[in-house]
Design a protein around this ligand. Structure first.
Ligand code: ZN
Length: 298
């Protein structure tokens, strides 16, 4: 099977992860912009970070046979630095229309402050002006209130619900998101309550429509193989293969494919890796023998 992990922070992961993901069938990822684990102090570090998401990271993933897309946005945590946030919000449209950007994100609420709400509204407006998908982060504390507030704002400003993906759902929030007509994404973290087994229960109960599974793996305790592992458990538990495929591949393509940035034919072909390639004179190799696949003639 092939998998699409529509929320993973690969810039914090290693090339071993890329190799294991590719071996497990992960063919495509979306890397949403977020914070760095500590607050940035200047807008310049956002410029460089956004540039790396559309540049080096896209190249690095391709060197391991994985198609890399990204979302650009000001994350909720750093929205609370209002001076810096103002500068970053001006920057977002400059990067949002670059190649490989499939959404504005991840944006939304963390502590549910008025500064976060301001940044959320501004960025939904950027998405609407450019016909883009919005990828929303939901808070770890007070998740239900954060998600309900997000949906209220989206309704108020007339965002097309088909362009709204709300992430980090659980059993308490899934009804509100699906009832609103938005896409409901679920993050599977190892050794937590929202693990693969609960995810299977949710798909058994709600069916696979509009449900996406992701790893949200970053530099914290997380698992870049969450999507294939959850798919395997779904199959073991007797879910039909097409239902498993919907929530671990097809729904992500349908939701984020609305960007027009995902080449479906290219994704359908087996990846052809050529590790002799360079990005701005830099290689992923450190003296190793390059892997060079024979390219499939068109
Ligand atoms: Zn994230």
């Amino acid at each position: 099977m092939r998998f699409f992990d529509p929320h993973i922070h690969m810039s914090s992961r290693t090339t071993d992860d890329f190799e294991h993901m590719a071996a497990a069938g992960v063919r495509a990822v979306i890397e949403p912009a977020f914070w760095l684990g500590q607050p940035r102090t200047t807008v310049g570090s956002f410029v460089d970070y956004f540039s790396s998401l559309i540049g080096w990271e896209r190249f690095r993933a391709a060197q391991f046979g994985i198609s890399h897309f990204c979302a650009i946005g000001l994350n909720a945590k750093e929205a609370n630095n209002e001076g810096l946030a103002r500068d970053v919000l001006e920057l977002v449209p400059r990067f949002a229309l670059k190649q490989g950007v499939v959404a504005i994100g991840e944006i939304g609420f963390d502590e549910i402050t008025s500064a976060e709400e301001h940044a959320l509204r501004e960025q939904i407006a950027i998405a609407q002006a450019n016909d883009m998908v919005v990828m929303v982060h939901s808070p770890h504390r007070d998740k239900k209130r954060g998600i309900e507030r997000t949906i209220d704002i989206a309704r108020e400003v007339g965002l097309d619900m088909n362009m709204l993906v709300i992430d980090h759902n659980n059993e308490e929030t899934v009804d509100a998101v699906l009832d609103a007509g938005a896409w409901a994404a679920f993050t599977i973290y190892p050794h937590t309550k929202m693990g693969s087994a609960r995810m299977v229960d949710i798909v058994e109960h709600y069916g696979p429509e509009r449900i996406l599974v992701d790893s949200s793996a970053d530099w914290g305790v997380s698992d870049p193989l969450s999507v294939p592992k959850t798919a395997r458990l779904m199959l073991e538990r007797g879910l039909p293969p097409d239902a498993v495929e919907r929530c671990t591949w097809a729904n992500a393509l349908e939701a984020y494919g609305q960007s027009g940035q995902i080449d479906l034919e290219a994704l359908a072909r087996p990846p052809a890796i050529d590790q002799r390639e360079l990005w701005s004179d830099n290689s992923v190799l450190r003296g190793q023998e390059p892997r060079v696949d024979e390219t499939v003639p068109n």
